[in-house]
Design a protein around this ligand. Structure first.
Ligand code: MIC
Ligand code: SF4
Length: 639
């Protein structure tokens, strides 16, 4: 029986466990990446392991999230990151060099390698055939310490592409089609593997757009084969030596199949407030648009911007629209500067934004009240833009550009531009001068915003307290830990913890704290797909800091489940989904014999207020159970 590409890479990296679907395995991690919003905590955690230097093949620290720098906090974080990188043997990509996933794809990602990144869109590198997974900062810190990473051996879904895309339909529309089919929940421990002759029609940056947004489906990663197009991309990046061919065997057996005829795809949009809420652009045509933003790690490559510019060329942005463009990397910015694309964009009325995450994470460019914002980014979660009443639509650069001109949702196929000659360049403009290579000589600098990773206590004999909050389905990490204006507190847990569940219930932190001060253990009651979205471990650390000991949910996303275990919060699922309805916020709850239950994986939650017992189950590996007993992985590592 032939092997999938996924299992080929996994078997080459297997450290322990049996490589069989559903089994817990650990794999060797070749490359790591961090970004500044998760990186400060990751390096603080790495430091607490007392190692002189990182032990994996390649570690890169990117600064791309917090570059707005209102106040001293972000700059202090950057200085900490620069100096700790130098000291510990990590390559530092300075602010201005671009968004981690775009830059990593350009300069470092390699087919057949494993990559672990403290950012949920790390699978972008699946576009080049790398097994790239997002994880919490602590897991990445451990990978830098040379420790293997644990995952559940995934089910592999084949996504077979046929034909080729029509003009003005692009990679974003492919992944929106995938999202329409698979949705944003129920895809944990799954890998999407792209096959079929249609794959050959897509360049690596286009494949990366598709792999990037697999994260929105909640899959472990997405993979494209490494083929002639991969070689051409690496050659154009002067990295041909990094090329190896890798693909699934022709008789590989998959768990599921989804076929897409690229030629029949049309422009699509993800509607508020979920990347899985898909409509065709033609259904939305005519809706007034107030803001258009092109960029983010999904659609900010050279070709993306060139296509947008070609559509905008000779036109001007509509008077009621604000158009912003954020090139994904300094390489892209240099290239559009050199070939005149930048001038076309400026003449069309675009506001040129920094090569950084910026608008995507609500760091700036918050849209107006009740406005409609079209974005080429990957997440349109409620309130993520910084304006809760705004309606965000995720679209391709082509749809974004066409709509910026007319001021209403516009199908780009109505444009008279000719995009047919826009191809991946044979040579990218390479300038690595914004990477700083380690010298092992810097003193590590810590400003007043740089705290310590907080510690948890071991799992107590008695876990008793209150349901501090009850939330519904699809609670994202943006609901749990807001980014945007609060992002600058990522390295200061006591301060950041004041904003847990800010957009859901701003009184949560105070309530949780008052229960904690009475010596109680706090509970969060949640619906389906709790913790979807980002890899931010702060969505576990800050609730932990406020005394939360257990999350009882209908279902939970992979990265968040791992983060909860890493910080000693029990990730429990209702045996019977209907029990979710029976527990109310404020109920007095107790987990019976928690230490024995940890062993068996079967918990009983006694609701003293209702006089009922509710069965809960724990899906956790042996290692995770050990961490949960110790009150988190750091306690265990330090012991
Ligand atoms: C995001 O897109 O939400 C982020 C910001 O990149 C996060 C990481 C973070 O919270 O810092 C992610 O996707 O993991
Ligand atoms: Fe940055 Fe947005 Fe990509 Fe997250 S999704 S890495 S915030 S550009």
């Amino acid at each position: 029986m032939g092997q999938t590409q996924c299992y080929k890479i996994l078997s080459e990296h297997l450290v322990s466990g049996e490589l069989r679907k559903g089994e817990s395995i650990s794999i060797r991690i070749d490359q790591t990446l961090t970004q500044d919003a998760t990186g400060t905590m990751a390096y603080l955690e790495f430091e607490s392991m007392n190692l002189d230097r990182v032990k994996n093949e390649l570690a890169v620290s990117y600064v791309d999230h917090n570059t707005v720098q209102v106040g001293f906090e972000n700059a202090d974080d950057h200085e900490y990151l620069r100096t700790v990188a130098d000291r510990k043997g990590v390559i530092y990509s300075r602010a201005g060099n671009g968004i981690c996933h775009q830059v990593h794809l350009e300069r470092f990602a390699r087919p057949g390698k494993t990559l672990l990144g403290s950012d949920s869109h790390t699978p972008t590198a699946g576009g080049i055939g790398s097994f790239a997974v997002g994880a919490g900062g602590l897991d990445v810190a451990l990978a830098m310490a040379g420790k293997p990473f644990s995952i559940i051996a995934p089910r592999v879904v084949e996504i077979r592409l046929h034909g080729s895309l029509s003009p003005f339909v692009s990679a974003k529309d492919v992944i929106l089609k995938v999202l329409e089919r698979f949705g944003v929940k129920g895809n944990v421990n799954t890998v999407f593997e792209y096959t079929g002759e249609g794959v050959r029609t897509l360049s690596v940056p286009e494949r990366a757009t598709i792999a990037n947004m697999g994260a929105e489906c909640g899959v472990t990663t997405s993979l494209f084969p490494s083929d002639d197009n991969t070689r051409a991309f690496l050659k154009a990046q002067s990295r041909e030596a990094d090329f190896i061919p890798i693909s699934a065997d022709p008789d590989a057996v998959y768990d599921d199949l989804f076929e897409i005829d690229l030629s029949s795809l049309e422009p699509l949009a993800a509607c508020p407030h979920s990347p899985g809420n898909i409509k065709t652009v033609s259904e939305l045509e005519g809706m007034k648009v107030d803001q258009v933003l092109i960029g983010s790690c999904t659609n900010s490559s050279y070709m993306d911007l060139k296509r947008a510019a070609r559509i905008l060329s000779g036109h001007h942005v509509a008077p009621s629209v604000s158009l912003g463009i954020a090139p994904g990397s300094r390489e892209v910015l240099l290239m559009i500067t050199e070939d005149g694309t930048l001038e076309t964009l400026i003449r069309a009325g675009a506001r040129i934004l920094e090569s950084a995450c910026g608008f995507c994470i609500g760091n700036h460019q918050s849209p107006g009240t009740d406005s409609v914002s079209l974005r080429t980014s990957n997440r349109n979660f409620y309130a993520r833009s910084g304006t809760a009443s705004a309606n965000l639509y995720l679209v391709s650069p082509e749809t974004a550009a066409a709509s910026a001109i007319t001021g209403v949702f516009t199908d780009p196929r109505s444009s008279d531009a000719d995009l047919s000659d826009i191809k991946m360049p044979e040579k990218f403009l390479i300038d690595d001068s914004m990477f700083i290579y380690p010298t092992f000589s810097e003193e590590i600098k810590r400003g007043p915003n740089i705290g310590e990773p907080p510690e948890n206590t071991p799992l107590p004999e008695i876990v008793k307290g209150h349901a501090v909050i009850k939330v519904g389905d699809k609670i994202t990490t943006d609901h749990i830990m807001p980014a945007g204006a609060r992002l600058k507190y990522r390295s200061n847990i006591p301060q950041y913890a004041k904003f847990v569940f800010e957009s859901v219930d701003p009184t949560f932190p105070e309530r949780a704290k008052s229960y904690k001060d009475k010596g109680e253990s706090g509970f969060i009651i949640a619906g389906a797909s709790y913790g979807q979205g980002s890899s931010r471990e702060h969505a576990a650390i800050c609730p932990m800091y406020l005394g939360i000991r257990a999350v009882c949910a209908v279902s939970m996303e992979r990265i968040h489940q791992a983060n909860l275990c890493n910080f000693g919060i029990l990730p429990l699922l209702f045996e019977d989904e209907k029990d979710y309805e029976r527990i109310e916020e404020g109920d007095e709850l107790e987990l019976l014999s928690p230490r024995e239950a940890l062993e068996s994986g079967h918990f009983t939650l006694r609701d003293h207020s209702k006089g009922i017992d509710v069965p809960l189950k724990l899906f956790a590996s042996k290692e995770q159970k050990r961490m949960l007993a110790a009150g988190g992985r750091l306690n265990e590592e330090r012991a």
